[in-house]
Ligand binder design. Sequence first.
Ligand SMILES: NC(=O)c1ccc[n+]([C@@H]2O[C@H](COP(=O)([O-])OP(=O)(O)OC[C@H]3O[C@@H](n4cnc5c(N)ncnc54)[C@H](OP(=O)(O)O)[C@@H]3O)[C@@H](O)[C@H]2O)c1
Length: 217
Amino acid sequence: MRVAIFGASGATGSLLTRRCVKGGHHVTVLVRSREFPYFAGHVCVVHGSVFDPLAVADTVRAADVVFSTLGARSLRREDVLERAVPLIVQAMQETATTHKPVRRIIVLGSAGALPDSLDFQPAWRRWIVQKIIYKTVLKWPVASQVFQYKALSTSGLDWTMVMPPMLTNGPLRGRCCVDGDALPLNATHISRADVAAFMFQQINSPQWIRKGVYISY
Ligand SMILES: NC(=O)c1ccc[n+]([C@@H]2O[C@H](COP(=O)([O-])OP(=O)(O)OC[C@H]3O[C@@H](n4cnc5c(N)ncnc54)[C@H](OP(=O)(O)O)[C@@H]3O)[C@@H](O)[C@H]2O)c1
């Protein structure tokens, strides 16, 4: 398959890119850095900004599946998703009348994107996370993920938003809890390796199309 990846230079994106390359897919990545030393000769690299509509359109053109693991590099307000996701959606929508519409998009979101994400958690944990953490340290990342969810769910595309709690750099376990309604009870973290594996599996699965899905240990 032809796979386009935004965020391939990031911690989760590089793991996902590796999986796609090893899976024998034809991979195109958009990176802003001049240097993209990974997988030389195995990926097609578009150098540019995710805020440039032409670079974004070049990247998604002819893709069977689009992935995004984009995110801000800090906890400050950066508006990366607010600026990039509409351009990716628009570039995909503009292929609708071509002989090969690009409809499938699988993105890395976060559990903070939806207000009912913590419904299965104990009340004390819900209170701390929603009343304190989401209003202070994670204020801008959460706002960006809320935005991303709205942009995808109104896009008309075949989207899936994978919504984990805290990410770690731990090893691949190869198994996790999956729930379409809310984070599993006592879910606290999951490794980027397992997130990348789950996102990769969605290439061939219709189960979570047009849905958000929570994953965690
Ligand atoms: N950290 C957590 O615990 C956690 C939990 C749940 C969900 N998430 C979500 O997971 C996502 C990714 O996490 P991660 O740890 O894999 O992220 P990361 O390592 O910080 O990677 C972010 C990617 O986005 C790209 N990017 C950022 N700003 C950009 C810009 N202005 N233009 C072009 N590309 C830009 C980076 O490119 P460069 O290499 O060029 O900077 C990089 O490829 C984020 O959306 C985050 O909200 C994180």
